[in-house]
Write a protein that binds this ligand. Structure first.
Ligand SMILES: [Mg+2]
Length: 229
């Protein structure tokens, strides 16, 4: 009787949770190129307009070093120090160009997989992204949008794996993560937290794979570079 009950339980949990693959897409410069700018005023009165992610990261890294801030994402700490950082362009999807090499992959939903858009955007960015998916003909009902508000994407992925533990093996049900991203900083973080993490060793299935597709814009043409775990 006990065995039967356990099998039944297992069957039910498989019915509820057949997901073994997570597909995770960054948004900015991965799904769409946008014209979002960040306007900054430093406590010393100097002002800057950061026109893209590269300028954004360079400015924040330099300001963090200058102020002795050591966070994964320095924005919150810098704002507390009096930096005025206007991120309002990121609450909309501003003048977007669809990156079709990615959206062609995004719009096909493989079996046993769950699709996420994981953006580091802050504030009310989720509804704008859902509206944009609608606009380009992607079924937003198939996609879950997560805004990490600047937090580490590697930490979020590690948590997702740890939330799907199979009772019989003690291992995560997730044996594959496909991750589409343009930012090397985020890729390095995910390699560290998911690929090389000692904490995940015990729950990683033996056939686990993390496949990263780095989106590179080479002279206006988008290419994918594959990085495996
Ligand atoms: Mg990006």
């Amino acid at each position: 009787m006990k065995l039967l009950l356990e099998n039944w339980r297992q069957f039910i949990s498989e019915e509820i949770e057949p997901i073994t693959t997570l597909r995770i897409f960054d948004f900015d410069e991965t799904i769409a190129h946008t014209r979002s700018e960040t306007r900054v005023k430093a406590p010393d009165g100097s002002e800057a307009t950061l026109r893209d992610q590269k300028e954004f990261e360079e400015y924040m890294n330099a300001a963090a070093a200058k102020e002795g801030v050591e966070a994964f994402d320095a924005v919150d700490a810098l704002m507390e120090l009096g930096y005025q950082i206007d991120l309002s362009d990121f609450s909309i999807v501003k003048d977007p160009d669809e990156i079709t090499i990615i959206t062609d992959i995004l719009r096909n939903f493989p079996e046993n997989s769950k699709t996420y858009i994981m953006t580091a955007r802050r504030g009310n960015s989720i509804s704008a992204i859902i509206d944009y998916l609608d606009e380009i003909g992607i079924d937003a009902g198939e996609v879950r949008v997560i805004a990490t508000q600047g937090d580490s994407k590697g930490d979020v992925m590690a948590t997702m794996m740890a939330q799907k533990i199979m009772k019989d093996t003690g291992k995560s049900n997730i044996n594959k993560i496909e991750y589409y991203e343009d930012s090397q900083k985020n890729i390095d973080d995910v390699l560290l937290k998911v690929c090389n993490s000692e904490q995940l060793m015990d729950i990683k299935p033996s056939d686990f794979e993390l496949i990263i597709y780095k989106v590179a814009n080479i002279g206006g043409e988008y290419k994918l570079e594959k990085i495996a775990c």
